[in-house]
Ligand binder design. Structure first.
Ligand code: ADP
Length: 468
């Protein structure tokens, strides 16, 4: 793991903040220093330009040859330049015609030839002894004689000014970085504080305390949104745990009922002693309960395998109308026992691509319910048709119907509208839960339409199989 990755989020955030602030400050300092240097050097260069112009006007040709300052220009009789500057004048062929007394003891060599009215430079020149000069040459004419005047001034003052500015900027920079370090670390700490609180709270959330939620300090910032999303995840987890707990409790209860019945029947028979005919009856009722138990265990197994995602679907081209006829043929005996008429209505094959066995279970459960809850001698219709929304298998009965408040819940596990009646019919409230899973696993949906007192229609809607 890199050094960076090993640092805490707070340190990393603080480093980024400090680096960003320092970069901005350094850039600003560099810009200010350059701007200031430009200003002071252009002032110095202007002064050198003035020096050249003055010299051009105040020098004249001496009768004995060479150049001299015009007399009477200054009170002391010397129109010589002041001590901090020097003037040199060169002829067209580069020979020195004049050098001021104040000229610094440095040989700057011959100047470049510069056309009249033009300037060359300016340039900074260093000379031994830590000295620095600013030099400017200009092409001029003294009494018609073309010359090159070279003016030089020490730029010590300018350098001192810039050094002072540089020192101040560096000191300010160090102070700012120090401040940025302190504030950056504090800001990073503050920004991440809700995260630490969330972590503390998250530690207390266990399977037993899933109702706890993370604190949401500001729902509009990133950490607030993270807390909201995590709270939603905890809510889902809580619901799943609750469903699981309820499922386990309901399943245990449902398993107990037939077991208790078997035990009671057995105990009574043992205690009271029974003749051959009565013992047949006892054994018959025990087998009936065992059957119920086996069906229940089968249903529970189907659901738990479905929950674990362990049911591997094997889709195959299937005719929904034929599947309906097969199921009706299989359950016809039960309908006959109640003198019900049960018929499949279809206009022809309705092709679907489904796992036949899994879907068959759904159709069986829905048709079985229509028989169980439909009235004696009532009609049951199984209508299979191809509709724009898909392949539809509707089971229509004339039973008691299902009131609005129960409609969504009848698909829940172990939910029964009338528990005692349903149990009499052998139902544990798992049939529709399994049917819904089986239909949805095949890409469809199971809908319910019902008018209390008139009957119910359970509709399995599946994607139609595209023509080959
Ligand atoms: P069960 O095994 O108890 O029938 P289901 O999950 O199949 O469980 O059904 C749940 C409940 O929905 C039933 O207990 C019953 O009250 C109601 N129900 C299901 N189908 C019908 C129907 N066709 N007509 C009226 N009520 C029904």
């Amino acid at each position: 793991m890199s050094w960076w990755a090993r640092r805490s989020a707070r340190t990393r955030l603080a480093i980024v903040l400090i680096a960003a602030q320092a970069t901005v400050v350094v850039c600003l300092a560099v810009i200010i220093a350059f701007a200031q240097a430009r200003i002071v050097y252009s002032q110095l260069d202007q002064q050198l330009d003035d020096d050249i112009e003055n010299a051009e006007q105040l020098l004249e040709r001496a009768p004995e040859g060479g150049l001299r300052w015009r007399a009477g220009q200054r009170a002391d009789g010397h129109a010589e330049p002041e001590a901090d500057r020097s003037i040199e004048v060169f002829g067209a062929d580069g020979n020195l015609l004049y050098r001021s007394r104040t000229a610094l003891a440095v040989d700057l060599g011959s100047p470049p030839s510069v056309p009249e009215h033009m300037r060359n430079g300016p340039a900074s020149r260093a000379f031994p002894g830590d000295g620095h000069l600013r030099v400017l040459s200009g092409g001029c004419a003294v009494n018609g004689l073309p010359v090159v005047i070279r003016a030089a001034r020490s730029d010590k003052l300018v350098r001192d000014q810039l050094a002072l500015l540089g020192g101040s900027i560096t000191a300010a920079l160090v102070a700012m970085v120090l401040m940025a370090t302190l504030t950056g670390y504090a800001i990073a700490g503050r920004a991440l504080a809700p995260l630490a609180k969330m972590a503390e709270r998250a530690k207390t959330i266990t399977a037993e305390k899933l109702s706890e939620r993370l604190p949401v300090e500001n729902p509009r910032d990133e950490l607030g949104r993270l807390a909201i999303v995590m709270n939603e995840a905890f809510a889902r987890l809580e619901r799943s745990f609750e469903q699981m707990r309820r499922f386990t409790a309901d399943a245990s209860h449902e398993l107990r009922t037939p077991l208790t019945a078997i035990r009671t029947v057995g105990e009574v028979a043992l205690r009271e002693g029974v003749d051959a005919a009565a013992s047949r009856e006892v054994i018959g009722s025990m087998l009936e309960e065992t059957d119920r138990l086996a069906r229940l265990v089968d249903s529970l197994l189907t659901l738990s395998r479905a929950d674990a995602g362990r049911v591997k679907l094997n889709p195959e081209p299937t005719d929904l109308a034929e599947l309906a006829r097969e199921v009706v043929g299989h359950l016809g005996v039960l309908a006959e026992e109640k003198r019900q008429t049960i018929a499949v209505e279809s206009q022809g094959p309705v092709p679907v691509l489904v796992d036949r066995l899994v879907l068959r279970q759904a159709v069986i459960n829905v048709v079985d319910n229509a028989i169980k809850y439909g009235p004696e001698a009532g009609p049951i219709r199984v209508v299979v048709e191809s509709k724009p929304q898909g392949a539809v298998l509707a089971v229509v009965d004339r039973g008691p119907g299902i009131a609005v408040e129960h409609r969504a819940r009848v698909f829940d596990r172990f939910y029964r509208v009338d528990a005692s009646r349903s149990r009499e019919d052998g139902g544990a409230g798992l049939g529709l839960a399994i049917a819904r899973w089986a239909v949805e696993a095949n890409g469809g949906c199971l809908e319910l339409e019902s008018k209390p007192g008139e009957g119910s229609t359970f509709r399995i809607v599946l994607p139609r199989r595209p023509p080959a």
